[in-house]
Design a protein around this ligand. Structure first.
Ligand code: PGA
Length: 256
C-alpha cells in the first residue's frame, strides 16, 4: 500500500466556537503560519455563520473553509438546517457529517449520516464522514464490528465514482475532547480496518486512494507519531484547531 497516493488532509473542527469577527482574526493569524504547508490540504470546518468571514479572511491563502454539517433535503420544512446547495453556492467544498456530538446530542443515526453524506456528494462536496466506537463498545471488544457497520451504512448507495470525494474520519468517542488520545497502534488498526471495509465494498484501487483521518485529542505533541502511521492520512482536530500555534505544528507534521 502506497501512502504517497493520498494527499494528507489536516482538518480543524471548530465546533460551536468563534464569532465571525473572532474567526477572521484567528485565520488572519494562522494564514502566514501555514503558508508553506504545500503537500497537504489545510481545512477549517467552521460554524455556518462564520463561513463568509472565514472565507474572506482565508482568501488568497492555502486554507480551505468547510462546514460542520449538512441536511439531506435540498430545501423544505427543516427549521434550523442547512442544505448542500446553500453550502455549494457559498463555495464550500468540504463538510463534516456524522460527528459523534451530532449522533449523541442531536439524534443522528447511521441512516441519517448516510443520507447527509450522499446529499453532500450529489452536490459535489467532499463529506468527512465520522465513525468511532464508544468506550463501552471498546471495552466490550466490539470496536471492529461497530466501526465497520458505521462505515458500511454511511457508504450505502454511494457509487464507486463518488468515492474519490469521500473522506472517513476515525474518531473514538472516548478520545474526543478528553485529552485521552488513541495510541498510534489503535489509530492505525482501526484506520486500516476502515480501508479494508472500503476494499471489500469497492476495490483495492479505491481503498488505496481513500483518505482516512484520525481524530480525538490530536495535538501538537502527538500528531507527528499518529500521522506517521501507514493508514492515517491526516487528522480531524477539535480543540487544537482553535490554537494557531498548535494547529500549525500539526499541519507541519503532515509535511514531514
Ligand atoms: P478534539 O476533537 O480534537 O478536541 O478531541 C476532535 C473532534 O471532535 O473532531
Amino acid at each position: 500500500m502506497n501512502k504517497s497516493l493520498r494527499t494528507p488532509l489536516i482538518a480543524g473542527n471548530w465546533k460551536m466556537n468563534k464569532t465571525p469577527a473572532e474567526a477572521a482574526a484567528l485565520i488572519s493569524e494562522l494564514k502566514p503560519m501555514v503558508a508553506e504547508c504545500s503537500s497537504s490540504t489545510i481545512l477549517l470546518c467552521v460554524p455556518f455563520v462564520d463561513i463568509d468571514a472565514a472565507q474572506k479572511a482565508a482568501c488568497g491563502s492555502n486554507i480551505n473553509i468547510g462546514a460542520e454539517n449538512v441536511h439531506f433535503a435540498d430545501h423544505g420544512a427543516y427549521t434550523g438546517e442547512i442544505s448542500a446547495s446553500m453550502l455549494t453556492e457559498m463555495g464550500v467544498k468540504y463538510v463534516i457529517v456524522g460527528h459523534s456530538e451530532r449522533r449523541q446530542y442531536f439524534g443522528e443515526t447511521d441512516e441519517t449520516v448516510n443520507l447527509r453524506a450522499r446529499a453532500a456528494l450529489d452536490a459535489g462536496m467532499k463529506p468527512i464522514i465520522c465513525v468511532g466506537e464508544t468506550l463501552t463498545q471498546r471495552d466490550q471488544g466490539i470496536t471492529a464490528e461497530t466501526v465497520s457497520l458505521q462505515t458500511k451504512i454511511a457508504l450505502s448507495g454511494v457509487p464507486a465514482e463518488q468515492m474519490k470525494n469521500v473522506v472517513i474520519a476515525y474518531e473514538p468517542v472516548w478520545a474526543i475532547g478528553t485529552g485521552r488520545t488513541a495510541t498510534t497502534a489503535q489509530a492505525q488498526e482501526v484506520c486500516a480496518l476502515i480501508r479494508d471495509v472500503i476494499r471489500g465494498l469497492y476495490s483495492g484501487d479505491i481503498a488505496d486512494a481513500a483518505v482516512i483521518l484520525y481524530g480525538g485529542s490530536m495535538n501538537a505533541a502527538n500528531a507527528a507519531d499518529l500521522l506517521a502511521e501507514p493508514d492515517v492520512d491526516g487528522g480531524l482536530i477539535g480543540g487544537a484547531s482553535l490554537k494557531p500555534i498548535d494547529f500549525t505544528v500539526i499541519a507541519k507534521a503532515a509535511e514531514a
